[in-house]
Design a protein around this ligand. Structure first.
Ligand code: F6P
Length: 520
């Protein structure tokens, strides 16, 4: 069997037709190819994932036709997937087996959406039901009047809740949610200023229940309640954690601890009790709809082979640009105000998962791993950073994300202009335009993919997130790395602790900075 290294070399030496050539199915401006062009190409490289039975459930269109994927590249990656036992790894993921060897853990986030090993799904559903009961009880007044929720967590314990609340609760919210992550007290003070302490709950979200930023902020939030006359501040705290013993020790009553499984990674935990603030804001029905949308993607990813698997196809393109074309970054632009936090969410998901330099069996990797993920919101970004995309020297693959249905009720002109701009950017990046002078020349041949939701509802948000989780997993398998650990973040934490404890000599620069800040 051909080895992965040989397959990468083969991919590297394939012809590199331009997007224009691929769309016209003509090489070098003349000779025809048997590659499907035009509408046939679009049909070959687009597909939908339906989010439920019937047209009203809606779906998402994934159009990868404006990338350089062609039949030869796809065939090369399909062979690579075989060589890396992609199907076997995927079966292990959904079978609840250990896929995170450095920590000896499974990665069970999909069980929370009802996908995977039966016993594990049953356990996960019981956890979701428990959260549902607490959310509904609070909504019905079990903890008195609740108008505000201060959600304290960081990284995976904050980015998902912030995204979910921001995307789904703009029209209607049971209570307002303030996500506080930074240890910088300014963040917490900002939340305090917007909340009435007598009507505020505090959610302490930490998988480990040990993270210094979260625990320090939680103590300060308790103090704020106490200082403002709340009789039983501890009774206003809900703990969201995979370490319930730690939460009990910290003083949270068991009835207000919502546990989740150790085998759910922090950046994959939005589906678990870490998603509590989303459910608090929009209700359990919408939270469950988010899980259902994610499940639709799980099933597509689990049951579809080769490049017909839309997630795997996206991963082929990602790896093609990173490893074959040498792209160091990839950009994501949501043409939807409600997805303003999506690029931030993806940054952690992709960079913390696949920013690795050794393979799962501890060998140095044989090529670059995760690109740097960045992005923003359209059309704003067009007027800020798109200059570089169109004429800069970097080749940057772009994902555009949009919704056919508008999120607003204003004149339809708003949404029409938004979508037309989104599609125009992809077309312009690809086509380019010869200019009268070099400054007005647009080289074109710049790739993009478009993800178009019928509507950005809870199901679509869940599906979008699950799509990217699996995309990260697929790329990790094809690169032979473990996407589920994150030891890179530990050294800095250890050093911060050592600095705080004192007694250790650091480099001259760090010592001088400590001195300058009065911390020496
Ligand atoms: O420092 C990185 C990290 O471990 C993330 O992976 C995680 O999401 C975050 O910190 C928060 O951890 P915890 O939920 O345990 O507080």
């Amino acid at each position: 069997m051909t080895t992965a290294a040989e397959l990468w070399t083969r991919l590297d030496t394939l012809p590199r037709p331009t997007l224009g050539e691929l769309f016209s199915a003509v090489r070098d401006g003349g000779e025809g190819t048997d590659e499907p062009g035009g509408a046939e190409r679009v049909a070959m490289l687009s597909g939908r994932i339906e989010l439920g039975e019937g047209a009203e459930a809606g779906g998402i269109l994934f159009d990868w036709s404006k990338t350089h994927l062609d039949r030869a590249v796809i065939a090369g990656f399909e062979q690579l997937a075989e060589a890396m036992d992609f199907a076997g790894m995927r079966a292990r993921l959904f079978g609840g087996e250990v896929v995170n060897p450095t920590e000896g853990r499974a990665a069970d986030h999909a069980t929370l959406r009802g996908t995977g090993d039966e016993a594990k799904v049953e356990e996960a559903m019981a956890l979701i039901d428990r959260m549902g009961m607490l959310v509904e009880a609070i909504h019905q007044g079990a903890l008195g009047e609740v108008e505000h929720l201060i959600h304290i967590g960081i990284g995976g314990s904050a980015l998902g809740p912030a995204l979910g609340v921001d995307a789904l609760s703009r029209d209607l919210a049971y209570c307002d949610v303030h996500v506080v992550s930074n240890i910088d007290g300014v963040a917490l003070e900002e939340a305090f200023a917007k909340c009435d302490p007598a009507k505020t709950l505090i959610a302490v979200a930490s998988k480990t229940f040990t993270t210094i930023e979260t625990m320090t902020n939680a103590e300060s939030a308790l103090k704020w309640l106490r200082d403002n006359g709340v009789a039983d501040p501890g009774g206003r705290v809900i703990a969201l954690t995979a370490n319930p013993e730690g939460a009990v020790e910290w003083g949270v009553d068991e009835t207000r601890i919502l546990p989740f499984q150790e085998s759910v990674g922090g950046r994959y935990s939005i589906w678990s009790s870490i998603g509590f603030p989303i459910a608090m804001a929009v209700g359990m029905d919408d939270f469950r709809a988010m899980l259902a949308g994610a499940k639709a993607v799980d099933e597509h990813f689990r049951d579809t082979d080769g490049a017909a698997n839309l997630v795997l196809r996206a991963s082929f393109a990602d790896l093609y640009y990173t490893r074959v074309r040498g792209c160091q970054t990839r950009a994501v632009f949501a043409y939807d105000e409600r997805l303003g936090l999506f690029p931030d969410y993806l940054q952690q998901l992709e960079m913390e998962s696949n920013g690795k330099r050794v393979t799962a069996d501890m060998q140095p990797v044989d090529g670059p791993t995760a690109p740097i993920t960045w992005g923003g919101v359209g059309t704003d970004a067009q007027h800020a950073v798109f200059q570089l995309l169109h004429q800069g020297t970097h080749l940057i693959p772009v994902d555009f994300i949009a919704s056919v249905a508008p999120g607003d009720e204003l004149d339809p002109a708003h949404h029409r202009i938004l979508l037309m701009n989104c599609f125009a950017q992809g077309a312009a990046l690809m086509a380019g335009k010869a200019g009268e002078d070099p400054a007005r020349n647009y080289p074109g041949d710049r790739p993009s993919a478009t993800i178009l939701c019928d509507d950005l509802d809870a199901a679509a948000l869940g599906a979008l997130i699950a799509f990217h989780e699996h995309r990260v997993f697929a790329s990790a398998v094809l690169m032979g790395i473990n996407p589920f650990d994150q030891f890179g973040v530990e050294l800095g934490k250890q050093m911060a602790k050592a600095i705080e404890q004192g007694g250790e000599e650091f480099d001259a620069s760090t010592e001088a900075l400590l001195e300058a800040a009065g911390l020496g």
